[in-house]
Design a protein around this ligand. Sequence first.
Ligand SMILES: [Zn+2]
Length: 229
Amino acid sequence: MRWAYELNWPGIAGGFVGRTTQDVRDDTMRAALQAMAGERVLVEAEQVHGGEVAVIVEDALHDASVCIAGVDGFVTDAPQAALAIYVADCLAIFLSHEGAPAVGLAHAGWRGLVADMPGTLVRSALGAFGGDAGDLRVALSPCIRQCCFEVGEEVAEQFDAMEGAVDRSRERPHVDLIAVAKAQLREAGVREGRVEVIDGCTRCDPERLASYRRDPERCGRNVALIGLG
Ligand SMILES: [Zn+2]
């Protein structure tokens, strides 16, 4: 596997791997993921479309890989952890706490955003490792963008109060996940200039990116990885 986008942050290793054709539970895929993690412990989340973030301590890293139940994100200052999140149309949110140093990673689709996952990730990092929002930088992965994210009214109305989040100029409402995540990060104290948005709409770019909306049968996954180093 090769990076579609590599994080160019000081003291950080990681990035975003575009469309993988296999399931992340597949043997070949496991081997590839493990190879990317190298000597580190691959830390995965159950990813239940919730809003929980775990703090990963060194003692939890006892196998080649560990999966944390019931969470969609994690933060850690353990240098041997390689945090991994798998997405198809949802967002992966990368975080670096430069003051600690520590890293964080989370999965958020519209349900995760309703649960304020971006804000929770920020508060978890500051709660666990101290410092303030000025120590943080964040990157938002490719996801299904507003061009393609058509939703029902029950989803759209969750975001109506947020300026610029819902486009109602077309027949059905379209939600801008990036606009929502940015607003929540701003609310949590992260300055606009410290938030990078990685280009690409998963549904628009079949060559590079996996999309469940586009290929429900065989979409594969996009892989987000981050660690200190
Ligand atoms: Zn699109």
